[in-house]
Design a protein around this ligand. Sequence first.
Ligand code: NAD
Length: 399
Amino acid sequence: MKITALICGGGNGAHVLAGLAPAQPDVEARVLTLFADEAERWTKAMEGKDFSVDCHAGGKVTNVVGKPSIVTKDPAKAAPGVDIIVFTVPAFAHAGYLEALKPYVKPGLVLVGCPGQAGFEFAVRGIWGEAAKGVTIMSFESLPWACRFLEFGRKAEVLGTKGTLQGAVNAGCTAPPMDATAMLQKVLGPLPKLLTSGHLIGITLMATNGYLHPSIMCGHWEKWDGKTMQEPPLFYNGVSKESAQLLSDVSDEVVATAKTLEEKCKGVCMGNVSHMYQWYLRCYGNDIDDKTDLYTCIKTNRAYKGLTHPCTANEDGSFSPNFGYRYMTEDLPFGIVVMRGVATIAGVPTPHMDRIIYWGQKLMGKEYLVDGELKGKDIPSTRSPQAYGINTLEALMGL
Ligand code: NAD
């Protein structure tokens, strides 16, 4: 069966998928990028030329040639007749694509967030409304590759491909023409092997960056005395025991939320949610020198070598923390605030999440939590369930 895939985005992941998907048998790939002039630039760059992806694996590089049939900013040209839509853009851009594609949603469509990141399913149901009911929604916890584009609109590079990729599926009331996981696997090729299990909300809760970054930021800077530094401190490898404990406490709240949802909602499986420590062992097992606990997993993780706290350089050459970086501006509204929103509906107390959110919102001039409730004026700009009017367990779980 021929599959037509629509790739949404114009960055690294979109470039790689736009090259790899059309190289698979019976797959047509189209690209929709709404951002700035990316569609025009990409189309021009490809004119009369190849589009290819260099894939690094086992010390070898394979050049995969596969050209998307169209790159456009016009959903009317991109969307009709597609079987599967794959979002490969940061979460803050998802709403724009959902709005643009809404008129073209048809029963039996498969929509994939790759990665979906926290609250993907709330945004889909909130923006597509009734039409979302006929759609099979999938969300994955990361991109399949560590990748970048080398030449815009011409060439991309896969530095590493994951062996497996964890995700979840919510079947629509109209079945797609083939099993949704098999369809996406056909589009991606054999690797990574897609593993789908559990409820979609498990993937929201396992969007770990959404609480990893804010926990380390808060743990490090909460008591900052305003003194500048000679150089930016190490972000992961410089983590303190106190910050790691805060992260572990937030992770306990996430796990408690998942367990409570499973207990309260018959038939719902949240087995795809685990503590951050287990997540590190699963995802970074080969990179960690000391696996004793969460603290040592971060402190001795070679994959993080040299990565520093986001800082700005001052005129005198010293450094100050940058609280306008995505570890705050994206990871609060599209991360920990979403998890707090799920925990609220589950009825799970979240004192540690709240400590981080109160600290972060003040620095960012935002208002999410007020008097211990998610009722601040900036809630509509988050991906929390509350932003989409989802306030009951039934609505949350899509039951
Ligand atoms: P990217 O940084 O390349 O995305 C940039 C693209 O996002 C732009 O090209 C544009 O199409 C869109 N964009 C940027 N600003 C926008 C705006 N203001 N409005 C609308 N669209 C805008 O992203 P990526 O590297 O492809 O990663 C996609 C997601 O996967 C991200 O969430 C990233 O954290 C995650 N991820 C990436 C990698 C990787 O190796 N690249 C690995 C794991 C996970």
